[in-house]
Design a protein around this ligand. Structure first.
Ligand SMILES: [Zn+2]
Ligand SMILES: [Zn+2]
Length: 300
């Protein structure tokens, strides 16, 4: 499971950095978190395929988090997409998107499903590979973070070993569930001879735009990777609070409180060219910090 950063800047593009967007990959499925301007270009640049993208989540309706969405959807249609697309966002985004498609007389050639975000915490998607939960954060307008959880898929089959013990293919699913196999000749084949440990559950918490708060700490507790915005360095903490944003020190503080294993920093103000001070500030509080770089895929 990994997350590829497509945009790591705040409101304005600056110093080659783009507004917010990132794509989480779980067992080959792609999940997009926010879709700032330029996202489809960034996807092309970094080789992410739209075909595997079926779920897009928009945290809030500040433009740096969704201005890329109409263009992305339009391109998917022009390229003849047939797979359904699910967009989860504040309700009013649907009005805007529908108006854009209506004035251009655009008819999408694939099933497009819009899911308005509820006010509180709720599980939005759940399948056998992953689940996505939204949780309210504290920003100037209604805003949600998202928790992406990877599920285990049982044990991993070692096909060569299973063949060697002459186990019929119909029994492979039972092997993945951890069962032993009793052969017709009476030999008991131990599960660990023919399988390996499967992928472990993982938890990725994306905290979107927020002022420093512990109000959603229970949801993100124990995250393998926590992404937190840090629009400013801590010397600008007053400005951060006034604008409902956070500092690198506050992001690190929350990662520590949540017992996260790794902290990813992003949503940098366009006033900063050099991002090294963000890393230093956070590292003084929390030991495993990455100042995100666009195009980089971080293991969760
Ligand atoms: Zn923003
Ligand atoms: Zn915002």
């Amino acid at each position: 499971m990994k997350v590829t950063i497509l945009g790591n800047n705040s409101a304005l593009p600056a110093f080659g950095r783009h507004p917010t967007s990132q794509v989480v990959s779980v067992y080959g499925a792609l999940i997009m978190l926010d879709c700032g301007e330029g996202t489809q270009v960034q996807m092309q640049r970094y080789g992410l395929r739209w075909r595997n993208l079926e779920h897009i989540f928009i945290s809030h309706l500040h433009g740096d988090h969704y201005f890329g969405l109409p263009g992305l959807i339009n391109s998917m249609s022009l390229l003849g997409r047939t797979a359904p697309l699910n967009v989860y966002a504040p309700a009013r985004l649907n009005d805007m998107l529908n108006m854009i498609f209506e004035v251009a007389d655009t008819e999408l050639c694939f099933p497009y499903n819009f899911h308005p975000l509820p006010e509180g915490t709720a599980k939005l998607v759940e399948n056998d590979m992953f689940s996505v939960t939204c949780f309210p954060v504290n920003h100037r307008i209604q805003c949600h973070g998202f928790l992406v959880e990877r599920k285990t898929r049982g044990r991993k089959l070692l096909p060569a070993n299973a063949k060697e013990y002459e186990i019929p293919a119909e029994f492979y699913e039972n092997l993945k569930m951890g069962e032993d196999y009793l052969r017709p000749d009476g030999m008991l084949v131990k599960n660990e001879w023919v399988t390996d440990e499967g992928p472990s559950p993982k938890k990725y918490a994306y905290c979107a735009d927020t002022v420093f708060t512990d109000s959603f700490l229970d949801v993100i507790q124990g995250a393998d990777t926590l992404y937190h915005e840090c629009t400013y360095l801590h010397q600008e903490v007053d400005k951060a609070e006034k604008r409902f944003h956070s500092t690198a020190a506050q992001a690190a503080q929350l990662a520590k409180m949540a017992n996260a294993k790794q902290l990813l920093l992003g949503h940098f103000s366009s006033k900063y060219r050099d991002l090294e001070p963000f890393r230093e500030e956070a590292l003084a509080i929390f030991p495993n910090v990455q100042v995100t770089i666009e195009g980089t895929a971080y293991e969760i």
